[in-house]
Ligand binder design. Structure first.
Ligand SMILES: [Fe+2]
Ligand SMILES: [Fe+2]
Length: 316
């Protein structure tokens, strides 16, 4: 058996791959790409919502939103660490984000125009994230799978806080209900796009399924999301902005309309409404934090010297 065959046999037997195990270069590269892009999405995802922390309508909403945005920072940090176990350097990953070489979830390139957007994001965007991430808890790569277990618990809190905001608005005044509907109109299609291209156009899917990085295809996950979300919209008394949504008795699924892939690729290429603004904000945060990194490095160096000096004394 070649090393590659042994590796695949482990995966087939559901044995986790750990950082020090042998792995094909392509497996390592695929995971670094996926995990770092996932980390970037968590970090960039803080921006559209962070924008509303100071304007949250009550102290309770503010506390919940603060906690949520802080969770996303934590998710980013777990994920950068998981990518580092594969030999990726944190500075290189950040550099690739800033230069536009690395992508992040395109949904965060849309603006948050009203408070209802915070509800819609929690409900739909975090809801879609859960659909994607629950199967990742069984990913073949150990550190990624383990990070996802905690991340998913926090995502389910995010989803509920979003849905509760929507519910409050939908049961409120006519104006509030209109705000909730408008937010659903703007976030629905980008949420469906979060699952990525259709299976026939997704070049990485088959290999990732064989390696058990992915457990379900983009279209399977998207369908599950639609099936879960349409009844939730009905409960809110809101209308999903797709005239083709229809329960298909034979299939046991909701049929839905065509996604505008031209818009998707356009945003991926950097031409969405907020791409430039998001990267500018990330770069500024990185530059403004330079003194923190320098201070941490200087402190680590001082401690190292001190412990060396103490060790020297003991030897003498
Ligand atoms: Fe997250
Ligand atoms: Fe989240």
């Amino acid at each position: 058996m070649t090393q590659e065959q042994k590796f695949q046999a482990k995966i087939d037997e559901e044995i986790r791959i750990e950082p020090k195990d042998w792995m094909p270069e392509a497996y390592r590269k695929t995971l670094i790409r996926q995990i770092s892009q996932h980390a970037h999405s968590e970090i960039v995802g803080m921006l559209p919502e962070g924008n509303w922390i100071t304007r949250a309508p009550s102290l309770r909403r503010k506390v919940a939103l603060l906690a949520k945005v802080q969770d996303e920072a934590g998710h980013g940090l777990y994920l950068y660490s998981a990518a580092e176990t594969l030999g990726a350097e944190r500075d290189d990953m950040i550099e690739d984000l800033h230069s536009g070489k690395a992508k992040y979830s395109s949904i965060f390139n849309y603006p948050t125009l009203t408070w209802a957007d915070i509800g819609a994001i929690g409900w739909l965007v975090d809801g879609a994230a859960i659909m994607n991430q629950v199967p990742l808890c069984r990913c073949s790569y150990g550190p990624y799978a383990r990070a996802m277990v905690r991340v998913c618990k926090e995502e389910s809190f995010h989803q509920r806080q979003g849905y509760e905001i929507m519910l409050t608005l939908a049961k409120g005044t006519e104006e509030q209900k209109a705000m909730a509907q408008d937010a659903l109109n703007r976030w629905w299609w980008p949420s469906l796009m979060m699952f990525g291209p259709n299976d026939k156009d997704s070049k990485h899917t088959q290999q990732s399924m064989d390696w058990k990085i992915k457990r379900f295809t983009n279209d399977e996950l998207r369908q599950r999301f639609v099936d879960m979300t349409v009844p939730q919209a009905e409960y809110l008394g809101l209308t999903v902005p797709d005239p083709d949504i229809k329960w298909n008795e034979e299939e046991g699924h909701y049929d839905f309309g065509k996604i505008n892939w031209e818009e998707f690729w356009n945003v991926v290429k950097g031409n969405g409404p907020c791409n430039k603004q998001r990267i500018r904000a990330r770069k500024k945060a990185y530059d403004d934090g330079a003194w923190v990194r320098e201070a941490a490095m200087a402190y680590a160096e001082k401690r190292r010297k001190r412990s060396e000096a103490e060790a020297g004394i003991k030897v003498a």
